[in-house]
Each structure stands twice: as structure tokens, then as C-alpha cells.
Write a protein that binds this ligand. Structure first.
Ligand code: SF4
Length: 281
């Protein structure tokens, strides 16, 4: 099946490692190796994270907090839910219903030869502002610089400018009206906030077009030409990559504690995507 859609995840894979993008989205290989140790604990954490998103969505569509809270049936979920319910500064205005809320909103727009697609945890329209909320259940709070450079931060804000007019009475948002907030279930009083400017929007959209163009050109050429999808030079990325065995980059998964270290290491490389683009591609 031909690749027609790009998302923040596939673009993040592409900028992290073109080979990973190829294996996951072009060749569509099932994951041959676990991502990090200990496996069961991490799978459970991931499932709880997904379930927490469902609880938040239920609450945001109007189901009473007490009723939703009864579904938080593990220690992590109970703690996260309690933190969420008590995050008054962040969620107070939402609770008081002063805003238009779009939980689990999906936006899409043409991007070169693809469609760019993003699913938002919540878009809240407050007076003349649009706030994108994203819930994170990370064990460790990432640094703001690392988050600022993530494709999610760039795609979500840019796509809201590009494709969010229907949420603003038919007029496109200007970037300065947009803010993105990552709220961390383990660190409820330390959200990461990212405002937006027209210059950042231009930078982001230009980069997205450039990446879409590169990917389109690579897809047009023979898929078995490995040089089109080079392996990352940064072996630290491979530690948590499920395709390690395909690339002969180790068999054993990195452990979850070390994933924190990976975040720190990535931070050094991800801050300037334009630079990375030039080096890697
Ligand atoms: S193991 Fe390393 S080189 Fe191979 S796909 Fe994963 S990140 Fe890329």
C-alpha cells in the first residue's frame, strides 16, 4: 500500500533515523524486538497511559469527574487522575466551561504530495486564543528545549494555523493566537508551554514541506536502494529502537531508566532540526 499520510510520529521517525522510517512506514515491518526493559512493566505503563487519555476525554465531553475517577483502577491511574482533577490552574477555566472544547480533534491538510494528519488530545478556544493541550504520562519530565524541537510541537501548532479555520468562525488562526501546553500527569504543577509566532510558523511549514518532498523523492526511487534511507549515526537512538536486529545495532533492549538518558542525549541533537536535516539528509 502506498504511503499517502504523514504524521508527527512518522516525521519524527524520519528525522531521527531515515531507516527506521523506511522499516516502519514504507516496508511496514512488524516490530521484531522490544523497545525497552523491563518489558511487562513498560507495556503496562503504556496501556495505562492510553487509558488515562480515555479518562481525560470522558471528562472533557462532560462525564462527571467522580464517575470517571472510579475507572482509574491502578495505582498509576489513580495518582494521575487525582493530579488531573486537582490541576486547577490549568483546567479550572475548562471546568467552568468558559471555552469551546474539542477533545480528540483531528485536523489534516495537504502537505506536498501527502496529507498531514494530527490527532489532538484537546483544542480549547478561549476568547481569541486557541490552546492545544497534550497529556503526557512520562516517568521523567523532559526539558522544554527537547519538547520545543519535537515534531509534535511543530506539527500541531503549524497544522492548527493551516487547517483550523473552522474552529475560529471560518477565519484561520494567526500563529500568535496559538499556544501549546504539555501537561505531565506525574508533574502536574510543571506544564510546558509553547507560544507561537509567525516566524516560527513559516520555519515549521517550510521544514514540513521540505521533509515531505524528500520522502516523496525517496519513495519514487527504488525502495531497495538502502542509501535513500541511511541508518542514523547516533547509535544511542538504536538502544530503544525495535528494529535493532535488522540493522545489527544490538539485540538487548535498553532499560527504561536509561531511556531518560536517551532523552538527555537527544536533546543535544534535536534542538536545531534544520541543522540536523542538512547533516543527515
Ligand atoms: S536500529 Fe538504529 S539505525 Fe536501525 S532503524 Fe533503529 S534507530 Fe535506525
Amino acid at each position: 500500500m502506498q504511503l499517502t499520510t504523514l504524521s508527527q510520529s512518522s516525521l519524527q521517525d524520519y528525522v531521527d533515523c531515515a531507516r527506521r522510517f523506511q522499516l516502519r512506514y514504507v516496508d511496514r515491518l512488524a516490530y521484531p524486538a522490544i523497545e525497552s526493559e523491563p518489558t511487562l512493566e513498560n507495556e503496562q505503563h503504556q496501556r495505562e497511559g492510553e487509558f488515562f487519555h480515555r479518562l481525560a476525554q470522558q471528562y472533557l465531553i462532560g462525564i462527571p469527574s467522580e464517575q470517571v475517577g472510579r475507572l482509574a483502577n491502578t495505582e498509576n491511574l489513580q495518582r494521575w487522575w487525582e493530579n488531573f482533577s486537582n490541576a486547577k490552574d490549568l483546567l479550572g477555566p475548562l471546568r467552568e466551561n468558559l471555552t469551546s472544547l474539542y477533545p480528540e480533534a483531528t485536523l489534516s491538510a495537504p502537505l506536498g504530495n501527502f496529507r498531514l494528519l494530527a490527532k489532538y488530545d484537546l483544542i480549547a478556544i478561549k476568547e481569541n486564543k486557541a490552546v492545544i493541550y497534550d497529556w503526557k504520562t512520562y516517568r521523567k519530565r523532559p526539558r522544554n528545549e527537547w519538547l520545543a524541537a519535537r515534531m509534535q510541537t511543530r506539527v500541531y501548532r503549524a497544522l492548527l494555523v493551516h487547517a483550523g479555520a473552522h474552529l475560529n468562525g471560518g477565519t484561520p488562526f494567526v500563529p500568535e493566537q496559538i499556544e501549546m501546553i504539555y501537561w505531565f500527569a506525574e508533574y502536574p504543577n510543571d506544564p510546558a508551554r509553547f507560544a507561537y509566532t509567525s516566524a516560527q510558523y513559516k520555519r515549521d511549514w517550510d521544514l514540513l514541506l521540505k521533509l515531505a518532498d524528500e520522502i516523496h523523492n525517496a519513495l519514487r526511487q527504488a525502495q531497495d536502494d538502502a542509501s535513500l534511507y541511511p541508518l542514523t549515526d547516533d547509535a544511542a537512538r538504536c538502544l530503544y529502537c525495535p528494529y535493532r536486529s535488522y540493522c545489527e545495532r544490538g539485540v538487548r533492549a535498553g532499560d527504561a531508566d536509561q531511556a531518560e538518558v536517551e532523552m538527555e542525549a537527544e536533546e543535544l541533537f534535536d534542538v536545531n532540526f534544520e541543522q540536523i536535516g542538512e547533516i543527515a539528509f
